[in-house]
Design a protein around this ligand. Structure first.
Ligand SMILES: [Zn+2]
Length: 276
């Protein structure tokens, strides 16, 4: 059984503030160790369920948060950037299931460290007219590749966002949002045990075939900067719908990859790097 783990940071046990998740932040060094502990709990759960091949993609910010020496040796790690598929780099149809660790709510939600891919630069994203963030876009793209998301960890709001998208996904709340930078935390040992147990159970359960997204799909992104929205239609297939909004149509793995290019353009125009 081959398992793919996409590991973000904002939804990790114990972390609530930019200082916890951004390199140079006062508690970042501690945050990256906490991230490894949540990922390792998921890896132990996968091993317990019979996984023979586990690939972890560090999917946050510089994508060099996880220290290789901190990672359970049962897993291999994709580290660094750029990566053409960003948070989904290395996900292939050969994987039997995907697990999202440390995910967070979309821009505008009152979840811990909520945003969609770029902090202030992206106001909203829609997939076929439905509001979507990193959770829904990862789920839909994985489904298009043929891999079901079976488990997700994050704050309670991220879990609810996942459930609203696909009620069949097992969710593990590791903290309960009080506001965007405040949460009531589950004790770390309790959270780690819950992740391990839930991932093992989710992988032992019969897996549904990933529900295929309508093909082609339409991806719409509303930017903070009109300059970004004015530049992107220079890419063939991208159209603007108003002064801050662009969209494109295509199959989902390709749209996700193109969206990563849009973020590169936005980063160069705004000097704000994507941090996912
Ligand atoms: Zn992140």
């Amino acid at each position: 059984m081959r398992i793919y783990v996409s590991a973000d940071m904002e939804g990790i046990t114990g972390l609530v503030d930019a200082d916890d998740v951004q390199p140079g932040g006062r508690d970042y060094e501690r945050g990256r160790r906490m991230m490894a502990q949540d990922v390792n709990a998921a890896v132990r759960g996968a091993v317990a369920a019979g996984a023979t091949d586990i690939l972890v993609n560090d999917a946050h910010g510089p994508m060099r948060n996880l220290l290789p020496e901190d990672l359970d040796p049962a897993a291999r790690l994709i580290r660094g950037r750029p990566k053409h598929m960003s948070m989904l780099e290395g996900l292939t149809p050969e994987h039997d299931a995907m697990v999202c660790v440390g995910y967070h709510t979309r821009a505008g939600a009152l979840g811990v460290l909520s945003h969609s891919f770029m902090g202030h630069e992206i106001e909203d994203i829609w997939l076929d007219g439905r509001p979507v963030g990193e959770i829904g876009l990862a789920h839909a793209t994985a489904a298009a590749i043929g891999v079901p998301v079976v488990a997700l960890t994050g704050d309670d709001r991220a879990c609810a966002e996942m459930t609203a998208w696909d009620a069949g996904v097992t969710t593990v709340p590791v903290k309960y949002a009080r506001d965007r930078f405040a949460a009531e935390l589950r004790p770390a040992d309790e959270a780690h045990a819950a992740i391990e147990k839930a991932v093992a159970a989710a992988l032992r359960a019969p897996r549904p075939t990933a529900a295929a997204q309508a093909d082609p799909a339409t991806l719409t992104v509303r930017w903070q900067s009109a300059s970004v929205a004015a530049t992107l239609p220079g890419i063939p297939g991208v159209t603007s719908t108003d002064s801050r909004t662009v969209q494109a149509r295509g199959d989902l793995p390709s749209l996700y990859r193109q969206f990563v290019v849009w973020m590169r353009v936005a980063a160069s125009l705004t000097n704000q790097p994507p941090y996912c």
